[in-house]
Ligand binder design. Structure first.
Ligand SMILES: Cc1ncc(COP(=O)(O)O)c(C=O)c1O
Length: 273
């Protein structure tokens, strides 16, 4: 018992020192004419620095108390039931895409050679998972100056092999969600919203204000420093669909439910042995 009191006391002492350190050295200076303005600089307060050290003192290296709290609160903020934290926005995109290849989705599962509509001018890791898996990206133009998908081209991009649309909301400016969602609903396509650049943007769809990333089947976020919130590195995958959530969690946590690609590798391995 005495040991645990000492530990708490010692922790309190360290965190108090962190607060003093923050106040002495880390408080942002007010802007003055000629001050340097850093691109994507970190903005953090005393409490955030304390939380950082608190987490380090536990030395819990994998996802733990803070991850659970974050997933719950982030999902709550977005208005979705399920959120899974990952190590980057690119991993979030990979996981979101791979989830849609799960055999649990039956005939809706994306298979190699299936087509996924995306844009020709976008972020590389919005497209990389499609190629990595062996599906076929179908590139549409963007409109200028929005740099978002030209929705007038959607119908001409559709084929019997189309399974999904995977695109980003460009630099905080939502793409035409109403038109894209309507197109996806019409052909029973999955919609992945890469929300890495647009956290907090809202869109009125069917009379309801929703956060971008929560209208499609799966949304993704990045917490790399240039984005709205940062963990240094980090990302999140969110959905309102319980089956997709189950697949996402399983694949994130070492893949209890295998994807088609993984299953093929496993079966090929068995065939060789
Ligand atoms: C639209 C978009 N998607 C995905 C990513 C990848 O995020 P991360 O750098 O966390 O891998 C970024 C990164 O800037 C991005 O802008």
């Amino acid at each position: 018992m005495a040991e645990s009191i000492d530990k708490e006391e010692s922790k309190r002492h360290i965190l108090q020192s962190v607060a003093e350190y923050y106040q002495a050295f880390m408080v942002p200076q007010p802007y003055e004419n000629g001050s340097r303005i850093s691109y994507a600089s970190r903005v953090f307060n005393e409490q955030e620095m304390i939380n950082l050290v608190d987490s380090a003192l536990e030395f819990w290296l994998t996802s733990g108390r803070y991850t659970d709290q974050f997933e719950k609160h982030f999902a709550n903020y977005l208005g979705v039931p399920y959120c899974s934290l990952v190590n980057s926005g690119s991993s979030a995109n990979l996981l979101a895409f791979m989830a849609l290849t799960s055999p649990l989705l039956n005939e809706r599962a994306i298979k190699r050679g299936d087509e996924v509509i995306t844009v020709a001018c976008g972020f590389p890791t919005t497209v990389a998972p499609i190629l990595q898996f062996g599906a076929v990206p179908v590139f549409l133009d963007v409109t200028i100056p929005q740099y978002n998908i030209d929705v007038s081209m959607l119908e001409s991009a559709y084929s019997s092999k189309t399974k999904a649309v995977m695109i980003a909301h460009t630099l905080g400016n939502p793409f035409d969600l109403q038109a894209v969602k309507k197109f996806c609903d019409k052909y029973n396509l999955w919609l992945i919203e890469d929300n890495c650049d647009s956290l907090g943007s809202q869109y009125r769809i069917n009379g309801i204000e929703k956060f971008t990333g929560t209208v499609g089947d799966i949304g993704t976020s990045s917490f790399y420093p240039p984005h709205h919130m940062t963990m240094g590195e980090g990302g999140a995958v969110y959905t309102s669909d319980s089956l997709l959530h189950k697949i996402i969690r399983s694949m994130r946590d070492w893949g209890g439910i295998v994807s088609v690609l993984q299953a093929e590798i496993i079966f090929a391995g068995i065939a060789l042995t």
